[in-house]
Structures are given as C-alpha cells and as structure tokens.
Design a protein around this ligand. Structure first.
Ligand code: AMP
Length: 527
C-alpha cells in the first residue's frame, strides 16, 4: 500500500484517495461521504470544516469561507483577486506581504491557513479510516497555476502537517485515473468544469507516459458563475415583485444562492423546476416575502450560454496550441460537477469527432489520479513518466521595463535555458533581475515571482561584464533562477520554490496557529 495520499484540493469540494495495490481507495470523510465541501467557518469561537460549515453558511455568511482556492497565491491588488472578492460575503484585506488575508473574528488569516484546515481535515479522516498516521501527499492543482499558486498549495499542505512530495496537474491526474498511461498512445482532451474553475488540457497519453501538450484555463469560470446567473435573475424577480433588493443582505443572499445552485442541479435532470424559498425576507411594509418562481432549462441555458461559450473558445484555442485539429482528438474526458449539465455535454460533443466520456466519477477522478501518481513516485519499479508543459511564459524584465520571455508557455518541463547578459552602464556593480510569469507583454499584467541582485560586479565599461542567467523549471513546475558573473563565477540563486515572500518564521507561526485552530475545530471529526 502506498502511504501517500492523493488529494484533490478543489474550489468547491475536496477529495482524498490512496492506492491499495492496484486499486484506489477513496477515503470516506467523517460523515461517510467521499468528498468534503471546501468550506471553513468560524462560529462562536469554534472552527467548522466541510459539511457542517456549509450547512450553517446561510446564517453565518460573513464568517463562512468558500472558494478560497480562487485567492491562493494571488496578491491582493491582482484584478482577479478583486473580482473574486466582489462575489463573496466574507472580508478580505491585503496581508503583510501583499497577499490576500481573510478576516475572521477580527483576526487575519492567510489563504493557505484556510486551505490547511481543509487538508488537515482530510488527513485526519484518512488516518481514522486507515488507523495509522499519514504524513505525505501529492496534491493536484489546476494546470494553469503559476509558481506562486503552486507554492501556496505546498505551504497549505505543510501547515496541515503534510509533506507535499509533488504537485500534479489536475488533467494529468484525470488521465492517470483512467489508466491511460498504460494503454496505446492516444490524444486526449480533459475538459474540467468544476465549481470555481475551468481547465482544459490536451494530452498525449499511453506507452507509460502522460504528456501535456497544451493547457489553458480560467480561474473565474465555474459552477459559481452559473449559480450567480440564476441568483441575479432571482434578485431581479424579487425586486420587481416586492420592491426589495435582497442582494444587500448577506444571509438572505446566501440562502438565495443555495436555492439557485439546487435549481441548477435539478435542471440537469428536469426540463423545468420551481424555486421556492419561504420567508426569504421582509418587504418594506414588514410583511414576509415568500419567493416562488419557475425556471425552465431553456431560460437557464440562455442565462448561461456565454459562460459555456467561454469554455468552448478556450477548448478550441488549446487544441490549436497543441498543434492539433479537433478531428485528431481521440478521447474527451469530462471532469467536474458542472459537466453533468446537458448543455455542456452537448456543446462539447459538437466540437470533436469522438463522444465525450463520463465513465469515471467526475468528483473523484482527480484525487484518484493524484494517488496513482503518488504510488508511481514511491514505487521504484514505476514505469510511467510524466511529461508536462509550463502553463505560462517565464521571463525577465528588460531595461525598458517590458516583459521578455525566456521560456515560452507550453514548453516541456523539466527544462532549463541559459541566457547571457551584459552590464548596461559604465561602472555598473549591481545587476537586478526581475523574474515574472505570465503571458502579457506588459510587465504589470504578469505575476512577478521574485527579484534578486547580483552584487560585487567588477567596475568596467558597459557591456564588458558578462552574466549568465540560468532559468530552470522542475518537473512539478517550480522555478529556479541562477545568475553567474562569468568572470568571477560569483553566483546568486533565486529559488522561487520559497518565493511566497513571507518574512522568516511566518510559516512556523502559521503551523503553530494551525495547532490552536485544531483544538477549536469541530465538524471535521463528527458530523
Ligand atoms: P466540483 O468542483 O467538480 O466538485 O463541481 C462542483 C460544481 O458542480 C458545483 O457548482 C455544483 O453545483 C455543480 N454540479 C454538481 N452536480 C451537478 C449537476 N447534476 N448538474 C449541474 N451542476 C452540478
């Protein structure tokens, strides 16, 4: 048995699996279910995780954290962060390193600490089930996660007491779960539409290898957006009929959002559904407002058609980026709860010549794949080799302040590239190297991974001193940059592996705070 957990740390739901010989064992959570809602709440000095946190969210919206994954490894000023924050009832502020902090009971928590509570809950559920300690894990993350987001995922694991032996891309995990690495070579698309994120990847699998040919994604496209469309429509209906704006009240909004999601799920089975929320709120005159309205599939599809089309655009672009045509695709794997929506399935089926396959449980497939990878990593006789690509351009800032790509996106990793630079001014003794990840020509729109200085350069006329800079990306996507003064061999290394920019001792503080939170945690260990 592999002692390493495979974990899908999802935006909406999480799941853990472990290989027992050839077979994956998906670990039951404390309530017997195989997935854990990725929800954490603080209530009256107690910490709730999972189902219990989700259940009480309507009456405690401001202290219930969901979709924290959207904020992982992002800076507070990132426009994507601002977009995410607009849609959540809990409070977020800029943290000490410019990252996002979530405020709960007047205390600020890093996003990693919230994710650590989810990971720790799964770790304990696994240990209870297996009757032994589990220390190591492989955690899956979206293929487009940049280095900082991957590092944040690792840190979350570490805070939860897990040694993260590898971060694996979610689509790669999906292919591994299908056992595709063992069969004949095939070209596969993984279309993953979950609760908060969309991810599409083109893989070549088989013959003992999984190769990601191209990947793209949208961190802000998922089930929540579909729920929000119904929510907005409902808010409009209530305003029209009762003259009340329920969007202003966090608790009422939360109840309405839950009703919207439930209606969306029912519409995957039925053509028409009734949304009923009695005593939703009170009207201006003090009388109760009962919501009751019908929604049919056609209207729901028209409210959300553009969301599906956004995924279609990325789907087509990614196949093209892989150098393939839709006809060349031999399998399409549907992953994520939203792929149960009939319009999504039908639209995907139109795009390729093969019928999309949904024969592996879309909620468990990523965790199972992560555990397959864990077993491969810990088994010396393992034959599967993972070949991945880097999801974003890696580059440096030029003197003109522009972004210059050194390793283009979709390059196979592990990889290393060396570039020679010269000093740009007379007598220059310091070289500053700013490393970024991202796909824009404008540096400000990319993610700065770190900056470092190579000092002690011999004063000389400009251009005289040569500096070799080596950019390396390891198999799990972590970045390392080394600059060497060619003449003196003086080297400086930027190991972005530890590039979260935290002050020293900060992670240790989070680990000990996590221990305190555990003492106040309930819901993880009971239902
Ligand atoms: P995941 O992140 O893969 O767990 O997917 C969760 C998302 O799938 C949530 O937005 C759910 O509302 C959505 N979902 C789950 N089941 C269904 C269904 N039968 N039809 C439509 N959406 C669903």
């Amino acid at each position: 048995m592999s002692g390493v957990l495979g974990i899908d740390l999802g935006t909406t739901n999480s799941c853990a699996s472990l290989m027992e010989g050839e077979a994956p064992l998906v670990l039951p959570m404390a309530d017997g279910k195989y997935t854990l809602p990725s929800v954490v709440a603080f209530k009256a000095g107690r910490v709730l995780v999972g189902e219990r946190a989700k259940r009480q969210s309507a009456t405690n919206a401001a202290s219930t954290i969901f979709a924290a994954k959207r904020l992982m490894g992002r800076s507070f000023s990132d426009p994507e962060t601002q977009r995410a924050i607009e849609n959540v009832p809990y409070r977020c502020i800029a943290g000490p390193t410019g990252d996002v902090n979530i405020v709960l009971d007047d205390k600020a928590f890093a996003v990693e600490e919230i994710s650590a509570l989810i990971l720790g809950t799964m770790k304990r559920a696994a240990e209870r089930h297996l009757q032994r300690e589990v220390r190591q894990a492989v955690i899956a993350c979206p293929a487009y996660f940049n280095d900082r987001q991957r590092q944040a995922t690792r840190d979350a694991g570490m805070i939860a007491g897990l040694e993260v032996i590898q971060i694996v891309n979610e689509p790669t995990a999906a292919a591994l779960a299908h056992g595709f690495h063992q069969g004949a070579s095939r070209r596969v698309v993984v279309y993953d539409l979950g609760g908060g994120t969309f991810d599409v990847s083109v893989l070549r699998v088989g013959g003992g290898a999984v190769e990601v040919l191209a990947t793209a994604g949208d961190a802000f496209l998922g089930g929540h957006d579909f729920d929000n469309r119904i929510f907005d429509w409902l808010v409009g209906r209530v305003a029209e009929t009762h003259g009340v704006n329920v969007a202003e009240d966090a608790d009422v909004s939360q109840r309405l959002r839950e009703a919207a999601e439930a209606a969306k799920i029912r519409l995957s089975e039925s053509e028409r559904t009734t949304i009923a929320v009695p005593f939703l709120t009170t009207a201006k005159g003090g009388e109760p407002v009962h919501l009751e309205c019908a929604l049919d599939r056609a209207l729901f599809e028209s409210l959300t058609g553009d969301l599906v089309e956004r995924s279609v655009t990325l789907f087509k672009e990614t196949i093209q980026a892989a150098g393939l045509t839709p006809e060349a695709i031999q399998e399409v794997l549907l992953v994520g709860g939203m792929t149960r929506m009939p319009a999504v399935r039908a639209r995907v089926a139109e795009l390729v010549a093969c019928p999309p396959s949904f024969n592996v449980h879309p909620d468990l497939v990523v965790a199972v794949g992560a555990s397959v990878q864990a077993a491969l990593l810990t088994n010396d006789a393992a034959s599967a080799v993972l070949v991945d690509v880097t999801p974003h351009n890696l580059g440096i800032m030029t003197v003109a302040g522009l972004a210059e790509t050194v390793i283009p996106k979709n390059t196979r990793i592990p990889t290393a590239v060396e570039r020679r630079f010269s000093t740009v001014s007379d007598g220059q003794q310091v070289v500053k190297i700013v490393v970024y990840q991202g796909d824009s020509r404008k540096l400000a729109q990319n993610q700065v991974l770190g900056e470092f200085y190579l000092q002690g350069i011999r004063p000389a006329p400009r251009g005289d001193v040569k500096i070799d800079v080596r950019f390396a990306i390891s198999a799990d996507g972590t970045v390392q940059v080394t600059a060497i003064d060619v003449e003196t061999k003086n080297a400086k290394e930027l190991r972005i592996v530890r590039g979260s920019g935290r002050p020293p001792g900060e992670l240790e503080r989070m680990i000990s705070q996590h221990q305190e939170l555990l003492l106040a945690t309930e819901g993880a260990d009971s239902t």
